[in-house]
Design a protein around this ligand. Structure first.
Ligand code: UDP
Length: 316
């Protein structure tokens, strides 16, 4: 297949490109490099089966070759990014998804939307199954991300129902690994960077919020399986091993053998407003339909990720 990845120079997109190329596909990576980076795909540019297009999905997308699948990953998934760029976040989630779906329809291509656990908001059901409709504050600072992803899901189902597009919806939970940006503001880069620099690990509030962290190789395997399946309804992809943010800080401290202390801070900006208190995927559906579950333990995943951040810091 020739496969288009929007956000193909991003953290997850570039790993997905590696997997698809290794499996014999041709890949077109489209990215406007707002949060993606050419460094993530530098090793691919000389591959004749790989093409990079520097373009913004919120503008009409022109691809000269037919594609048979579209992974629509373009997004601003870090809370810090979407607080800084709220309108861009909404445009990419809405207009960008409209354009990507239009392209898939025109090319009779399969379409996979990278949706998010944020559609569940601050969940009142735990762990979260796909049947839960969520608890989102539409007018809070996270609303720009959450609602544009919810809109994206609705639009994807509309293209499926009205135009018969073969669509898939992946609800991606917290994912980590090499190629994350050192300064993207999320908890994994923050704690790794702080620990490696010997700076305090900044746990927000009392550190009792929970997250479940999935290593990137597991996640892209799930995305690929989902694309190849015939499931049009949303499927959760994430690691069900849940921990508090404080426990995660301690895990990073141990894995880096850092002398950094843990500090508890209460950010004065909107960073922790509507910050979900708990988050854990129910992956029964992915297990049943895709035969998928995460394989990489936190210890192993953190080793690879810390090695990456160590290298980034050494390069300045
Ligand atoms: N967090 C933290 N310290 C940091 C960054 C994040 O305690 O330096 C917390 C944040 O408040 C949230 C969790 O870690 O409860 C995960 O945040 P992240 O920004 O990685 O993404 P989210 O899961 O909220 O989308």
């Amino acid at each position: 297949m020739r496969i288009l990845i929007t956000g193909g120079a991003g953290f997850i997109g570039s790993h997905l490109a590696d997997l698809l190329l290794a499996d014999g596909h041709d890949v077109i990576a489209l990215d406007n490099l707002v949060t993606g980076s050419l460094n993530n795909i530098a090793h691919l540019v000389s591959n004749p089966h790989f093409q990079f297009i520097n373009a913004d999905v919120t503008r009409p997308i022109h691809i000269s070759d037919d594609v048979s699948a579209v992974f629509h990953l373009a997004s601003l998934p870090s809370p810090v990014d979407y607080l800084e760029m709220p309108i861009k976040t909404m445009k990419v989630g809405s207009i960008g998804t409209l354009n990507a779906l239009g392209l898939a329809k025109a090319m009779h291509a399969r379409f996979l939307l990278a949706s998010t656990s944020e559609v569940y908001g601050d969940p009142l059901v735990h762990p979260q199954p796909e049947t839960y409709w969520g608890n989102v504050n539409p007018v809070g600072p996270r609303g720009v991300y959450d609602e544009s992803k919810r809109f994206g899901e609705a639009l994807t189902m509309a293209y499926h129902r009205a135009h018969g597009v073969q669509t898939r919806i992946a609800r991606i939970f917290n994912t980590y690994g090499p190629r994350m940006r050192l300064n993207d503001g999320r908890v994994v880069p923050n704690f790794c960077r702080q620990a490696l620099r010997g700076e305090p690990l900044t746990v927000y509030d009392d550190g009792s919020r929970t997250r479940s962290f999935c290593y990137v190789s597991d996640l892209i395997d799930g995305l690929y399986r989902l694309l190849l399946s015939d499931e049009a309804q949303p499927v959760n992809l994430g690691n069900p091993v849940e921990m508090t943010v404080l426990q995660f800080a301690q895990a990073v401290q141990a894995a880096t053998e850092s002398k950094s202390e843990i500090v508890f801070i209460a950010p004065q900006d909107a960073r922790t407003q509507d910050d979900p208190h708990t988050r854990q995927p129910d992956i029964t559906k992915a297990r049943t339909i895709l035969g998928w579950e995460p394989k990489v333990s936190l210890d192993e995943g953190l080793r690879y990720t810390i090695a990456w951040f160590r290298q980034q810091l050494a390069q300045g």
